[in-house]
Design a protein around this ligand. Sequence first.
Ligand SMILES: [Zn+2]
Length: 257
Amino acid sequence: MQDWFHIATHLPAPHLANDMAHNNNSRKIVMHFTEGNTGLGQARNIAQYVIREKKNYHMVIDLTTGEYVQIVPASGGSRSLLNGGINNGVGCNRSGELCVQIAICGKTSNAKTIMAKAGHHNWNKLVQWADTLQIPRINLSTNGRNTHQWNLSGWADHYSAPGNNHTDGLHDKTFLATIPFNKDRKVNRYKITAKVGAETRTILNRDGYPADHPDGWTLNPNQAKEFPEGRIRDENIPHVANWINRKGYTITSITTT
Ligand SMILES: [Zn+2]
């Protein structure tokens, strides 16, 4: 797990004990909009402001310029929500295993315009960073302010936080459409051919479903533990290939079918 997003500028808050409560196992990202301006320097300005006010987000990002400023490491707690004591007395900011709060510069009402520019400014890398944090691509933002839903893992927003009254965040459906959630993703079917000595094996997998080829074998759930959710996804095919090599096989081809 990378505590710091590798392309972000670091502006660590010096005065916070960034502890998490670890009172449940949920791992999530909470999206905010700053409801202010976009433009060069804005992300840093907002970051400095919330540090001064001790209302830290983990990160402030401007998707119109590609400026990413990280304040708090992913494993720490930030301070941009109201704490209602939702789960055994622990508030929204620190509830769970990970609760990463990210503020997008700009107004929720301009989400469509902002997100149209995000693809050119490393938004995909941010989503992939969330993958490495084992935050599932599940939309938690349509629940009103439901406490049970808040304690699940996935992508949430200020609009969904129990005990809060701000409405910035993912509830804008044009914004949601920019995140490739699991259910929307096109899944490739892989066929990997490998050999050990004179023996040739065919390895098939399709996003965690068992191989059904008569000559195929697949990674069983134990073997697949090192992959997120125990599943073989497009982004971790290189890791699968490494795993096969470590088992002593030589890969002769990887194709999609
Ligand atoms: Zn907010």
